[in-house]
Design a protein around this ligand. Sequence first.
Ligand code: HEC
Length: 164
Amino acid sequence: MGVRSPRWPVRKPLPQARERGESGPARRFAAAAALSLCCHGVTHSNENAPDRIDTPLVATPGDAGRGQRIFAERDGGHCVLCHAAPGITQAGNIGPALHGVGARLSSAQIRLRIVDITRVNPGAVMPAFHRTTELNRVAPERKGQPILPAQQVEDLVAWLSSLK
Ligand code: HEC
């Protein structure tokens, strides 16, 4: 009945609704992280996205075996106080278990979470283990007194990244 509106066999595809690989929540998360960056007045110029640190803090590659020891040692990170992980017999549960963390997060994302987790969660109870300003411009060892030296952060990144 009446005039039939023309029918297209196939609807023209809409312009990409989403950027590839980035889900809505991930983008909101990134936006929140960016906001927290701005609000904390962190001014270091780095090429990295807000939720990760792409560039290793030191040139020497991290050593996963050493990383596991630092994770457990009281004098090291003492991460076991709060995190369970493979091969660790006694651990606290204040933080999430880190089994498979290397599959959930990239090395760059793990690095940022150890360096300064408040950049992704301003209310985090986890200490910022290597918070410095201008991270990429000044040798991190020379800025302030981070809880963990840069090499130990890299060792932890190497070990946690291996937990797939
Ligand atoms: C005081 C407790 C505490 C200590 C000590 C601690 N963490 Fe955490 N960690 C947390 C909590 C809680 C979270 C969840 C994020 C938050 O704080 O809201 C977390 C999150 C993480 C994450 C992100 C995990 C994920 O799946 O998103 C990594 C990686 C991590 N911690 C590594 C470490 C390492 C390595 C150390 C030692 C150098 C350490 N943590 C020490 C409490 C702790």
